[in-house]
Each structure stands twice: as structure tokens, then as C-alpha cells.
Design a binder for this molecule. Structure first.
Ligand code: ZN
Ligand code: ZN
Length: 824
């Protein structure tokens, strides 16, 4: 490819062929690889959230990864040895649910190993699909650093971290009420409970007292069999005399105590409430506080237990209806009213969660709150407000993190129990990975009682247990200490606003517990993608667009511009096709301008002559330095929209519309005396195009590479635009005086064009005479550069006169003290 050969630069930019071409070459050249042997360059590590392999790469993903990639590409150009891995968070409920629907099976009907294989198969297919979309976006991921949490060599580390945390007292097994999804039949953490407004009915039910009755309003009559007490507020005059006495639960005829507790809201219902095991978290608190019995009326699959007597076997909903009917028939219901209430639901299947007590494994996270808050405050958060999400979440948690799940496709909890004395048998590090569901422990007998019989734990780990050690794993833990020192903590932890309370929080507690240090130095948070209608982008809303669809239509570089420019960092960002179209128009403009310039670059770099720069040249060079400064600062602060706006605005309006138009005549000139002027323009064109390409390269990596390959003067130039060094600021080129002069000049030139278009004459049409009226200061500037104006606008003669009341012409926008008049 020879520079300046117009054949090698097609008239139209075709993204479809071009983008794939560069993606393949970059991979071949290995320019995104982390160089572990490089001990001199500073490292920059980005710990990105491993996505669930869902098979789809939606706009939210596209936005996430664009942010990661802008940073990765920018930092590489700044000379950093960038560590940009890609992982897959394979385990978890979503995959199990999808495997069930895809293969039309129920996991309970299949042997564990068989169902697990189906999950692995499905996950691998999905990973390939998503990987393809990621490659189409041009993300500069180092694919040598790819990992999958379902691989034994990854989950070995998850298990190792469990063992270490068990030994240091952070992991414990105990019976405590947890949030439970009866549909998924598993415990879920608080972070996985989604609260939704739901319509329900509030029934006012009579409870018999010794000498009458009290009325209790409840939305959950099906919990009557689990009612273990009744509570009132101690300051509530209405019920004071009842406190300490007993009351009879209707239908079940159990007599329970009436307690007084400040937590009762006297204004809700009648001011008397049931304490059930367990309707909500308050019940959990009171059951402990007053040492009440615990009655398990609802089973793990959402049916009533034998505790519910004749309602046994009904679903929760069926039971609710049946009990209400019976209560009504027996005259216990005073009235019912419709209400809106907040119901906790499973984040995955949206079934209402129950609170169920069962033996579970927990990580002792509640005691870590102060530590989490301290470290959160020490870290840089972009945007700053995201920090408060983390702090609010950490301080709002009531319970420890329940890390056991009753599922199949997940990292096994590496524990066996002695069948006689219940002792925990924890594996040695060398045994890992283990699956106690299928394997026996490598010990002869229980160290406590000598029993030779063990039961393997059948529960598995919460999927966040896998992904919340990524920072350490990427850094080389536990084997590579030297690498760990260099790469831990991660320089950047970028992710969406929606996973602060899960991923960012779990990363924090895991690493604090394991290493006594936060896992990341800076957080970069992106907002959520909304549809064109302003609602969250979701398939069920009909506003969903798959990233690959936009790439096929407009190219990755256009979609990447949408991601950069659609909103300020951390704000929600609407997906609008018009933004992507606008982005493509910009690329066309850049392509055409570069094509013209490159075809005219001639010989500036093949001559040893001193380049002679004119006012407009120095004006552009000064502006170029300023835009470089702006864009650099914007990237340093992760303000991608500011970076893109500056470089786009400069390219489009300053470079293309003003400078390029003003120097065309110099490029075409062939006279001997004009040689120096021509070479000066060539020099500035080359410099500015190269600079624009560099500033734009992190956001539009393909088109900038494509132009760079045609622009680069020699084979000794860096092989790729992405291997060039980010331009350092040349303060000496910034010249306010020259900028002022240049601004006046381009203002006059654009006013002449506007005037021509107003009079509907061709831009090339000659002007006989141009009269300029201006104040002394501006007159001086213009007099020195009259030739430029004449040549640029094809003007016969120019006269410059003082501005007075009699001056006739149009005023130049922004310069009230200059008027011009054209004589055609
Ligand atoms: Zn569920
Ligand atoms: Zn034992």
C-alpha cells in the first residue's frame, strides 16, 4: 500500500470488510497481549466482570465492554503493559433454568453428573456466540487470558479460597433463616432478592382472648399455622392490658403469648401483628429475641407441611385461599381490603421468596461492614455517587452472606461430614478440585470419633463465590507471587451500576478476608442502557436491539461512538439509532477528508527544506495541541463523552470545514515560488490527521487503523496506530495570538461562503472585489493575511477600510466589529 495512491483508499469506507480484516491482523500481530516478560513498562490491570454466558450480547454488554476497551486501548498507547483478561461466569441458576428449557428436562429427573454435562454443553455454545460478538466489536481483549469458572483449574481456586476462609473463621455452617426461592428450590442471598410492588388483600381476622377478641390484619393468612406469638406496641393504650396474656390462633387453636415490642407500627392494620416463622425479617428478629419456637409450615418446594394440618400438601397460594374460606365460614374475618405491598421475589424466576430455616454455609460478612466502608472510601469511584451505593448496601445488610445453594451446576462445597459425630472433614489443598457429591475424602477415619463413614456435602456454592476472587486469580494467586505483586490489586474495576451490591461488594469482602486489602484501586461504573422509548432495554418491552444487529448495519466504530458519547459516565444511556447514524456520518467525513489529504501529501517528508508555516497553519497546530490536552484529560478521568465530543468537533468543524477548505489552493499550487507554502500545508495536514487518528483510536480502532496504514510515511513507523505513543503535549505550539488572528481569518472566509450561498452562487465563482470594514486591531490582522483570503475564496482584489457608521455590509458572526461586502 503506497501513501497517496488514491486507488488504495477506496472512495467509500466499507466497515464490513475493513473491521474484520483488522481484527484478524491485530490478533495475528498479538498487539493486545499482556507481556509477562516485560519488566520495565508499568502494568495496568483491568478486572472485568465475567458475564453469564447467555448466548446474547446485548447493548448493555456492548456498553460495558466499550468502557473497558476505551481504557485498555488508551492505556496501551500511554505505554502501559495492559492486562485485559476475559472470563465467563458459567455456573448458576440462569444456566440451569436454560438447560431445562433447551433440553426439555427437569434437573430433578436426571442424575447430577448428566445434568451438569448438559449445562457445560450449553454454556460452551453460548460462550462461542458471545465471543464472536465481542470480536466483532473490536475489543482488545487478551484472549490468552481467557478463563471459565466451570473449568476444574478455576474452581479449584474457588474451593481453595473457601478452605482458607474456613480456617481463618470466615466460613461457618449453621441453621439460620435465609431467603428461599420455592421455584428454584435454593437459598438466595439478599442481593438476589428483588422487591416489587404487588397487589394483595389485607384480611382483618379475629383472635380469641380470654374474655373477648383482638383483630389482626394480615396479608398472609397461610402463615397462621406458623404463628408463634402476637405483638403490639408497648405505648399503644388500646392493648396495654393484653400484654403478657395469651391469645388463640384461629383454626389451629394454638394459644400464643401477646408481646410488647417497639417495632410494632400502631398505625398498620389494627396495631396488632402476628409473629410467624417466618413472614419477614422482623419475624426472624423477634423469634430470636423472645426465644420463640420455630414452626416450619412451608416446605422447600413451596408446599404446606404437616404443621399446616388439613392444609398439608397445598401450595402457598392454594392454602391462602383455603384458610380464608374457612375463616370466613367460621366467622373469623371482619373485613378484607385490597392493598399494594412490597414483595421480595427471586431475581431469576420472579417467584415470591419465602424465609426458610435450614442448615446452610455462611460467610461472616456482617462483622466486616466497617472494614468495607473504610476501604470503599479509600478507592477512587467514577462517578463519585456510585460509592454511596456500595456504602448504603454494606451498612443495610442484616444477615451474613449465605453462600450455599441447593443446585447442581456450581462449584461443589469441599466438605464431608462424619456420619457419627458430624465433624467437618475439610480437604487438603492437594486434593483440589474435589466434588464431595461423587468423591470420598482421602482420610481413613474421622479424626474426632474414628468413624469410617462420611457424607459428602451435596450443596454447592453461590456463583458469586466463583467470580468474587477474580482480582486475585488474574494476578497469579496462589502460585505466582511475583506476578501477584505486580497485578494485585487491579488498577481498574469497571462494571455496571446494577452489580455494585453483588460483584463489587463480594469482591471486596472476599479479598479483604483473604488478603486484608481491597482488590481494586479504582472503580469505573457505567449506567444502564435504555430503549429509544426511555424504558430499560428489555425484550418484553419491544425496545431490544442486539449489538450484532447494529454492528452489521453501521459498523463497530459507529456503535462504539454511541457508547462513548451517549451519556456522561455513570448515567443511564438511551440507545438511539440516530446516534449511530450520526457516528457513521462522522466516519464518512473523516474518511473523505483523509483520503483527500493523503492523495495530496506529496513530498513534505521527503524534503530537507525548512517548512514555512503561515498563520492558519500555526493556528491549526495551536488548536490541535489544545484538543489533545482536552482529550487526554478526558481519558484520564474516564469522561469518554467529553473525549469523543472534543475530537469529533475539532475534526469536523475546525479541521475539515475551516482548515482544509482554506489550504486547498495551496495544495494545488505548482509554481516555483509556491513550493514552500504547499509543503507547509502538507506538513500540517499530515500532523493533524495523524493526531486525530491517535486521539480517536481508543474509540474507533478500525477506521483509524485503516487510515493510518495509508498515511504512515515509512515501514519504520509503528506497525499499527495502536502501537504509536499517545501524543505528548507540545505547550510551545499553543499560541493565543496566532489563534486570535486565525479565528478572524476563518470567520471572514466562512462569512464569504455564507454570503455566496445566500446569493445562490457557486463556491468557486470568482469575486471581483471584497470590501472589509474593521476596527484597527482586526484591520492589522487581516492586512497581513489578505493573500490567504484572496486565494482561498478566489477574489480579484480586496480593500480594507475603517469601520464607521456608513460602512455597508454584513456583520461577521461573533465579530461585531467586522463587516464585509462582496462585489461579484
Ligand atoms: Zn427462583
Ligand atoms: Zn466423627
Amino acid at each position: 500500500m503506497e501513501r497517496g495512491d488514491p486507488i488504495s483508499m477506496p472512495k467509500r469506507y466499507d466497515h464490513s470488510e475493513d473491521e474484520v480484516n483488522w481484527q484478524t491482523l491485530w490478533e495475528e500481530w498479538g498487539i493486545h497481549r499482556f507481556k509477562s516478560e516485560d519488566r520495565t513498562s508499568p502494568t495496568y490491570s483491568i478486572d472485568t466482570p465475567p458475564p453469564y454466558p447467555s448466548g446474547e450480547f446485548h447493548m448493555g454488554n456492548a456498553l460495558n465492554w466499550c468502557y473497558f476497551d476505551f481504557v485498555a486501548r488508551y492505556k496501551r498507547m500511554r505505554g502501559f503493559n495492559v492486562h485485559f483478561p476475559q472470563g465467563w461466569d458459567c455456573h448458576g441458576l440462569p444456566t440451569e433454568v436454560r438447560a431445562e428449557t433447551t433440553y426439555k428436562v427437569r434437573k430433578r429427573d436426571l442424575p447430577v453428573a448428566e445434568f451438569k454435562d448438559l449445562c457445560i454443553r450449553l454454556t460452551s455454545e453460548y460462550i462461542e456466540k458471545m465471543k464472536k460478538a465481542m470480536k466483532m466489536m473490536g475489543y482488545s481483549i487478551d484472549w490468552n487470558l481467557e478463563y471459565k469458572t466451570m473449568d476444574p483449574n478455576y474452581y479449584r481456586l474457588t474451593q481453595l479460597s473457601f478452605i482458607l476462609l474456613f480456617k481463618s473463621g470466615y466460613m461457618y455452617r449453621g441453621e439460620h433463616p435465609v431467603n428461599w426461592c420455592p421455584r428454584c428450590e435454593t437459598a438466595i442471598a439478599e442481593a438476589e432478592v428483588e422487591y416489587v410492588e404487588s397487589k394483595g388483600s389485607l384480611s382483618y381476622i379475629r383472635f380469641k382472648t380470654e374474655d373477648g377478641h383482638l383483630v389482626i390484619a394480615t396479608t398472609r393468612p397461610e402463615l397462621l399455622p406458623a404463628c408463634v406469638a402476637v405483638a403490639v406496641n408497648p405505648d399503644d393504650e388500646r392493648y396495654r392490658e393484653h400484654v403478657g396474656k395469651r391469645i388463640e390462633v384461629p383454626v389451629f387453636k394454638r394459644r400464643v403469648e401477646i408481646l410488647a415490642d417497639e417495632g410494632v407500627d400502631p398505625n398498620f392494620g389494627t396495631g396488632v401483628v402476628m409473629v410467624c416463622t417466618y413472614g419477614d425479617k422482623t419475624d426472624v428478629k423477634w423469634q430470636k429475641k423472645y426465644k420463640l419456637p420455630s414452626v416450619r409450615a412451608i416446605s422447600e418446594d413451596g408446599h404446606m407441611t404437616e404443621e399446616a394440618g388439613r392444609y398439608r400438601g397445598l401450595t402457598v397460594k392454594e392454602c391462602q385461599e383455603a384458610i380464608l374460606t374457612d375463616l370466613q365460614r367460621e366467622g373469623f374475618v371482619e373485613k378484607s381490603e385490597k392493598i399494594e405491598r412490597n414483595v421480595g421475589t427471586c431475581w431469576r424466576c420472579h417467584t415470591a421468596v419465602e424465609i426458610i430455616s435450614r442448615l446452610q454455609w455462611f460467610m461472616k460478612t456482617k462483622d466486616m461492614t466497617d472494614d468495607v466502608v473504610n476501604w470503599t472510601n479509600k478507592i477512587t469511584w467514577v462517578p463519585e455517587f456510585a460509592k454511596h451505593r456500595m456504602i448504603d448496601w454494606a451498612t443495610s445488610l442484616d444477615w451474613d452472606w449465605v453462600i450455599s445453594r441447593q443446585r447442581v451446576f456450581a462449584t461443589p462445597i469441599p466438605v464431608w461430614y462424619c456420619s457419627r459425630c458430624g465433624e467437618n472433614i475439610i480437604p487438603e489443598e492437594e486434593w483440589l478440585p474435589v466434588d464431595p457429591r461423587f468423591q470420598k475424602p482421602k482420610v481413613e477415619s474421622c479424626p474426632r470419633c474414628g468413624c469410617k463413614d462420611f457424607v459428602g456435602e451435596s450443596d454447592v456454592m453461590d456463583t458469586w463465590m466463583d467470580s468474587s476472587i477474580t482480582c486475585a486469580v488474574h494476578a497469579g494467586w496462589p502460585g505466582n507471587l511475583e506476578s501477584f505483586k505486580r497485578l494485585f490489586p487491579a488498577d481498574l474495576q469497571p462494571n455496571g451500576l446494577d452489580i455494585i451490591r453483588t460483584w463489587d461488594y463480594y469482591l471486596m469482602v472476599r479479598h479483604l478476608a483473604l488478603f486484608k486489602h481491597a482488590p481494586y484501586k479504582a472503580m469505573l461504573i457505567n449506567g444502564m442502557v435504555r430503549g429509544a422509548d426511555g424504558r430499560m432495554m428489555h425484550k418484553s418491552y419491544g425496545n431490544y436491539v442486539e449489538a450484532t444487529e447494529a454492528i452489521s448495519k453501521y459498523g463497530a466504530d459507529s456503535l462504539r461512538q454511541w457508547a462513548a458519547g451517549g451519556a456522561a459516565t455513570g448515567q443511564d444511556i438511551p440507545f438511539r439509532w440516530s446516534d449511530v447514524e450520526h457516528a457513521r456520518r462522522f466516519l464518512t467525513k473523516l474518511w473523505n477528508a483523509s483520503r483527500f489529504a493523503i492523495a495530496n501529501l506529496g513530498e513534505y517528508d521527503r524534503t530537507t527544506e525548512e517548512v514555512e508555516l503561515q498563520v492558519l497553519d500555526r493556528w491549526l497546530l495551536s488548536r490541535l495541541e489544545k484538543v489533545t490536552k482536552e482529550v487526554t484529560e478526558a481519558f484520564e478521568n474516564f469522561q469518554f463523552n467529553v473525549a469523543l465530543d472534543s475530537v469529533r468537533d475539532f475534526t469536523w468543524h475546525v479541521f475539515c470545514d475551516q482548515y482544509l477548505e482554506a489550504v486547498k489552493h495551496r495544495l494545488y499550487s505548482s509554481g516555483i515560488g509556491e513550493r514552500s507554502s504547499r509543503i507547509g500545508a502538507e506538513y500540517v495536514l499530515y500532523r493533524s490527521i495523524l493526531r486525530i487518528l491517535q486521539l480517536l483510536a481508543p474509540i474507533c480502532p478500525h477506521v483509524t487503523e485503516s487510515i493510518y496504514q495509508r498515511l504512515k510515511p515509512s515501514t519504520e513507523s509503528p506497525r499499527s496506530i495502536h502501537l504509536t505513543r499517545w501524543p505528548s503535549l507540545k505547550q510551545e505550539l499553543i499560541d493565543e495570538e496566532v489563534e486570535e488572528k486565525g479565528d478572524v481569518l476563518v470567520a471572514v472566509i466562512s462569512e464569504i461562503r455564507r454570503e455566496k450561498s445566500k446569493r445562490q452562487v457557486s463556491m468557486r465563482a470568482p469575486i471581483k472585489h471584497l470590501r472589509i470594514y474593521a476596527e484597527e486591531n482586526e484591520r492589522k490582522m487581516l492586512e497581513d493575511n489578505v493573500e490567504t483570503v484572496k486565494r482561498t475564496c478566489n477574489i480579484g482584489s480586496v480593500s480594507i477600510q475603517p469601520l464607521d457608521d456608513k460602512s455597508v455590509g454584513t456583520s461577521i458572526q461573533e465579530y461585531a466589529n467586522i463587516k464585509i461586502r462582496l462585489e461579484l
